[in-house]
Design a protein around this ligand. Sequence first.
Ligand SMILES: [Fe+2]
Ligand SMILES: [Fe+2]
Length: 173
Amino acid sequence: MKMTKELNQLFNEQIKLEYDSAFIYLAMSEWLNQNNWVGAGHWMEIQYREELAHAEGFVRYLTMRGEPVELLQLATAPKEWDSILDLFQAALKHEEFISESINKMADQAEKDGDRASRLFLQWYINEQVEEEVNANDNVMGVDRTQGHIVGLLAFDDLKGTRKWTGEEVPLFS
Ligand SMILES: [Fe+2]
Ligand SMILES: [Fe+2]
């Protein structure tokens, strides 16, 4: 079954958005490292790698379906945040935006009766629930320190324990 042009376009735009996400999180990692939040910087570096895997998962799916892959112009990543709280709030907002974008793809796949795409997207829908939980945890973790350095240092240490275990995107190996 051929994918509709509309859905193919949404897939290609999503590939760009996942790479944009990777760039944003790499930029955030850099900012955190520069500001001596090395634990949080490490956490964001793993987030960057996850986003690369998300993008590659979409590329691989289009390839398997014999659909054109278009690598669109990426956005320039932001580089300044007012504070560590501001940075994590921006990350949460970004994940909410990505969830909406993936939901729109699922709507289109349903409209097209493209069951393979709809099922493929389920992994990403579930992943976004987790992404929003993690992003929200980070905002709350920073917020509840109320700016106290001891609390912030404990938060930073905790973020430094995150392990990269690889991202098991479907069809991606
Ligand atoms: Fe993603
Ligand atoms: Fe994400």
